[in-house]
Write a protein that binds this ligand. Structure first.
Ligand code: SF4
Length: 100
């Protein structure tokens, strides 16, 4: 990895563990993102999205559920770990940095 890749990897690791991931899961995902970035793959993780909210056991909340099309009612807008850990394209995605 380049220096920039190591810095990004380290920041993602901290972000993912802050969101409640086990270290080994966070490392695997951060590593997957290194490959994604090198390949200019435009898919994203919910873990990179501003709209990902609180974790409840093995589910997370999506605050942009209507745009994302993940539920018909707010109370059903929970995301499974399988989805949160999956690279995907989502119409509701907004990078954490933009807060938009
Ligand atoms: S808006 Fe899309 S990418 Fe963002 S948390 Fe919801 S489902 Fe995930």
């Amino acid at each position: 990895m380049t220096g920039a890749e190591i810095d990004t990897f380290t920041a993602r690791l901290a972000s993912f563990t802050d969101k409640g991931l086990r270290l080994e899961d966070a490392e695997a995902l951060a590593d997957k993102l290194v490959t994604r970035d090198r390949e200019a793959d435009d898919r994203r993780l919910c873990l990179e999205c501003f709209h990902l909210s609180g974790q409840h056991g093995k589910t997370w909340d999506c605050r942009n559920w209507q745009r994302a099309g993940v539920a018909l009612r707010a109370k059903d807008a929970q995301l499974s770990a399988a989805l949160v850990f999956q690279l995907q394209r989502c119409d509701g995605f907004a990078p954490i940095q933009s807060k938009g």
